[in-house]
Design a protein around this ligand. Structure first.
Ligand code: S3P
Length: 672
């Protein structure tokens, strides 16, 4: 739970926000790189759960995609190199992954893939892509309950024929799926839509030498085309930057500069709506990179007026409507959103969820079949928002919480990892840099970014118990990264497949069932939404957890979870490679070492509950030294870690030292 609250004193915002990479462009940059022949260098991609799902799906189909980072290259080997994945594709929460990759698979004759996703994604309609792809000649089977046109779904690629698809509503995902099917199979396609949906596919494909025309008659893609590899620099996502435009509009003083924002006209509807509501938004430093307009938006506090939003404007601000609804809650008059029935089939039913949450906070709001009406007021708003795991709801209400006088708790702050993993940090910076009147708790109590204290060390060095104790004394959250490995091991055991046969893909297929919550003192992993602490600590899990922890894909995933927690709140985190790979910029890194004999003795006392004899210690020492050798690659201290030799100090003394170091670090960072 994150509570965003603010006192009644003025909200002052200042500074520069560089929102992470555009989600739509990030997905497409990976897909097009994998389909092209030759190397594509990709910079500033959005490293988030949704984009990881696309990377994972492409890897499973044979594409060589390295771990995602700020700057990496994909060595494309052409569409023909892509093949059926051995296991189901786990699309997590990502509709774009599902629909675009389904289009690609449909056009690869002989390729078969099963698509799975989390509960939210499994509810989302897939008939909209299945209908045109089937019309082209592909086969799509829905494998869920009778009549359900969602995941799980199996797509059978076939030789496809040319089609004209007339969409009843604008959707870039449907348009993209059909174009990808056409490209993969060599069939020509025409896609018509009632309004223009976002056009990143068209722009990126043209840049890659694909012949297509875009006119009022739709998008026409010629048959039999190949893609050139073209480097990408991903601009910041306007849908993410828009939250901070809203924050600036809510403020009493100051301004926010939103840097590097993609200003593609099919994406900037939310800024037009905000302008109509009275917000001044200046555009500076406008330029074109990779066929996309990019610029800096400078947004100022405003006295907000209600407005109406509908028609062709909706696709241009579809993802920002929850945020606009929250802005409307503070505007004078009644705001009406219509023609937005699509909101009901996003990550949650965003009409119902937004209206329910607004009402719960005390706002006068009402559902319409295809939108909502909201009557704004200046009353203080308070309550606990239920996000249904929907990232855009968490962020929209997080921003509303920063309005002076409001106090809004968000039940599932971690869900922002889908599109904006550092959102809470950026919010705390934007409101904390110039004022202490608005605070994001427990993200920060003082206007500074979350503090990360990383504790590392070899097996049985006491990392976990020390970290827990340090977190308690500092009054911050403890993250036991090992608990995430245990959670996914528990799920793998539940399949009944013999552990010797577990593959990284099979284990990772369960990752979406593990989520986390902030409890008062810890970041707690949940399995299918339930605390499973006892089962996770049981012997069967203990026996298999190191097998799972050696899998690169699993380590990646755990690291992402832990980083998302560290972006949300102050943490003390322990585990292997925490200070090196997971939090290389942690404010304080501690590396605990102890003589193997002493570690063996401590471990045996804990295990046996009595003092071990020398023979027992000797045997355990040998086992530990062997384990150290196995772990050597992961157990090196970071260069800037403070090593504490605990051989001859008590745990109490060692905790005291770390707490003193942490307090000094915190004071230095927060300028006290
Ligand atoms: C997206 C298209 C939009 C948008 C989604 C991303 C894309 O969905 O809401 O977040 O990258 O193609 P629709 O295609 O369903 O309109």
């Amino acid at each position: 739970m994150v509570a965003v609250s603010s006192s009644r004193s003025p909200l002052v915002v200042r500074g520069v926000i560089r929102a992470p990479g555009d989600k739509s462009i990030s997905h497409r940059s990976l897909i097009f790189a994998a389909m092209a022949s030759g190397p594509t260098r990709i910079r500033d991609i959005l490293v988030s759960a949704d984009v990881q799902a696309t990377a994972g799906a492409l890897r499973a189909m044979g594409a060589e995609i390295p771990p995602l980072s700020d700057d990496f290259s994909v060595n494309g080997r052409g569409v023909a190199s892509l093949h059926s994945p051995a296991l189901a594709l786990d699309c997590g929460n990502s509709g774009t992954t599902t629909r675009l990759i389904a289009g690609l698979v449909a056009g690869l004759a002989g390729c078969v893939a099963r698509f799975e996703g989390d509960a939210s994604l499994s509810r989302r309609p897939m008939r909209r892509i299945a209908a045109p792809l089937t019309h082209m000649g592909a086969r799509i089977d829905f494998e869920g309950p009778e009549g359900h046109d969602g995941l799980p779904m199996r797509v059978h690629g076939m030789p496809l024929s040319a089609v004209t698809v007339v969409n009843t509503h604008a959707s870039a995902q449907v348009k993209g799926a059909v174009m990808l099917a056409g490209l993969a199979s060599g069939a020509g396609v025409t896609v018509q839509e009632p309004e223009r949906s976002r056009d990143h596919s068209e722009r990126m494909l043209k840049a890659r030498g694909v012949q297509l025309s875009v006119s009022d008659d739709g998008v026409v893609l010629l048959p039999a085309q190949t893609l050139k590899a073209v480097d990408v620099v991903v601009p910041s996502d306007p849908s993410s930057a828009a939250f901070f435009a809203a924050l600036a509009a809510f403020a009493d003083e100051g301004e926010l500069r939103l840097e590097n924002v993609c200003l593609n006209p099919t994406r900037t509807g939310a800024f037009d709506v905000l302008r109509r509501m009275g917000v001044r938004i200046d555009v500076e430093d406008q330029r074109t990179i990779g066929g996309e307009a990019i610029g800096t938006l400078v947004v100022f506090p405003a006295s907000l007026q209600a407005t109406s939003i509908g028609g062709a404007e909706i696709p241009r601000c579809i993802d920002e409507l929850p945020m606009i609804a929250c802005v409307a809650a503070r505007a004078v008059g009644e705001t009406r959103i219509t023609d937005a029935g699509e909101l009901r089939v996003k990550e949650s039913d965003r009409i119902r969820a937004v209206v329910d949450n607004l009402r719960l906070l005390g706002v006068d709001a009402e559902e319409l079949p295809d939108g909502m009406r909201i009557i704004g007021s200046q009353a203080s708003l308070a309550g606990q928002v239920v996000t249904h795991g929907d990232h855009r709801l968490a962020m929209a209400f997080g921003i509303l919480g920063a309005v002076p006088g409001n106090r809004i708790a968000i039940d599932d702050p971690g869900c922002v990892s889908v599109s904006y993993p550092t959102f809470w940090r950026d919010l705390s910076q934007a409101i904390g840099s110039a004022t202490e009147s608005a605070v994001v708790e427990p993200v920060i109590a003082s206007g500074a970014p979350p503090l990360v204290i990383a504790i590392d060390g070899p097996a049985a060095s006491g990392k976990s118990s020390t970290a827990q104790w340090v977190a308690q004394l500092l009054n911050v959250h403890h993250v036991d990264s090992g608990a995430f490995y245990r959670a996914i091991t528990l799920l793998a055991l539940g399949t009944g497949v013999a552990p010797e046969q577990w593959t990284p893909d099979a284990v990772m297929a369960h990752a979406h069932r593990v989520t986390w919550r902030l409890t008062e003192r810890s970041v707690l992993p949940l399995v299918d939404g339930i605390v499973q602490d006892e089962a996770m600590r049981d012997a069967p899990v203990t026996r298999q957890v190191s097998r799972v922890a050696q899998m690169g894909a699993v380590r990646h995933w755990v690291n992402d979870q832990v980083r998302a927690a560290g972006a949300a709140t102050d943490i003390v985190v322990d585990g292997r490679d925490i200070g090196t790979a997971v939090f290389p910029t942690a404010a304080l890194k501690v590396f605990l070492i102890a003589d193997p004999w002493e570690r063996a003795r401590r471990r045996l006392i804990q295990r046996l509950g009595h003092r071990p004899n020398d023979a027992e210690i000797a045997e355990e020492t040998e086992a530990l030294v062997a384990r150290d050798a196995l772990d050597a690659a992961q157990s090196a201290p970071a260069r800037d870690a403070i090593t504490i030799d605990t051989t001859s100090v008590t745990q109490e003394e060692q905790v005291e030292r770390i707490v003193a170091l942490a307090k000094a670090t915190r004071d230095r960072l927060r300028g006290r």
